[in-house]
Design a binder for this molecule. Sequence first.
Ligand code: HEC
Ligand code: HEC
Ligand code: HEC
Ligand code: HEC
Ligand code: HEC
Length: 271
Amino acid sequence: MRYSLVFLMISFAVFLIASGAHAQEGRGESGTVCLDCHDSDIMKPEFRPVPSEWRKSWHYQNNVSCHDCHGGDPKDMAMAMSSERGFIGKPGYAEVPEFCGKCHIGILKNYLESGHGKALKATQGGPNCVTCHGSHDIQKADINIINEQRCTQCHTYERAGTMKQALFVTEKKIRDVEEGIRKLKRAGVFTEDEGKTLFNTTAEFRTLFHSVDVSLIEDRTDGFIKKLDQIDSKIKAFSRELLFRRKFAAFLMLVFLGILIVFFLLSKTSE
Ligand code: HEC
Ligand code: HEC
Ligand code: HEC
Ligand code: HEC
Ligand code: HEC
């Protein structure tokens, strides 16, 4: 009897530990011959920083490699930069949107319909993706990309400032919800569905910036806040449940301990 109790206690402890376990995500540098040359001394000095900038980027972390953007053959050294193998090379200023937009389709669409996109196509007077994001050291995007230095190259900051204000409310809500999900994850609770909904909502919202249309963003803000509130209340419900489960687990532990002591005392008195 006493052994089975100890066994129960141990398996209970193991269960508690196991339920907190996490899976690790993997990332890496997929083999590409582009780097055999571009990392080497044959490269001219202006081009040498490219691979190390790329290794710091969000694209690198997501396995987007040289040939994913520039085309070419990542397996064949001799033909790597051949147009027959789809090599595009360095895109011209006005070609950059389509170059990036083959993957970022929704953003390309909003951008091309915007004042920026139209000005780029008409006179090359608008900013392209690289103007705001860079090319090789691209990081996760946020509204701090909108700043005096970058946005006053072509017009006053006033327009940019109202844009930033319009985005701010929703961005703050996104950060709060993200923090809520992170806390739950640390506590070992998986909120995969909520994470996905948040990701999709965020992506949808952030393409909006590229319209550079302040009134459009103001019109859509209520809808986004409503969606985010829904995710937020689900997360809060999870947190309450978690707290309850913890209290309940502590309660069970005490009960087990009590039983153990009783058995111990009983066995003492029977001896
Ligand atoms: C996210 C897409 C993307 C990835 C990934 C990428 N590039 Fe580029 N690359 C660009 C763009 C855009 C330009 C043009 C930059 C500009 O217009 O200033 C460019 C320009 C270049 C240039 C010309 C630089 C210059 O100063 O004229 C070289 C060389 C180059 N890339 C090599 C590479 C190599 C090697 C890799 C892999 C380590 C790589 N690129 C990965 C988008 C990318
Ligand atoms: C055999 C060596 C070698 C390989 C392999 C190689 N490159 Fe290059 N690449 C070069 C050299 C050398 C230059 C500089 C040419 C010059 O001096 O303008 C260059 C220039 C570039 C440029 C900028 C100039 C342009 O023509 O657009 C890009 C972009 C580029 N390489 C991308 C790639 C990608 C992507 C791969 C892999 C699919 C690759 N390279 C594989 C040697 C190589
Ligand atoms: C081969 C497909 C591909 C190309 C081409 C590409 N990207 Fe990406 N990009 C991705 C992937 C995959 C991610 C990572 C997933 C994500 O965060 O959306 C990403 C992420 C990003 C992010 C960060 C998104 C975030 O979550 O904040 C930015 C900014 C970005 N890309 C800009 C660019 C720009 C600018 C270019 C052109 C110079 C470009 N991308 C070309 C596939 C691509
Ligand atoms: C390379 C030049 C250039 C840069 C850099 C630039 N813009 Fe613009 N912007 C333009 C042009 C050109 C237009 C459209 C023509 C016009 O209305 O003057 C425009 C228009 C706008 C508009 C009004 C759009 C409309 O439809 O009424 C906003 C808002 C705006 N830009 C925001 C920004 C922000 C925010 C930044 C910085 C992240 C920025 N711009 C950086 C060139 C630029
Ligand atoms: C005038 C500056 C500007 C230009 C031009 C621009 N972007 Fe952005 N981009 C931003 C800003 C600012 C954000 C962040 C918006 C936010 O946080 O709401 C952003 C966000 C993004 C994101 C992240 C979306 C997400 O899901 O988090 C991607 C990807 C991206 N841009 C790609 C591109 C591509 C591709 C182009 C060219 C077709 C482009 N951008 C042109 C300023 C710019």
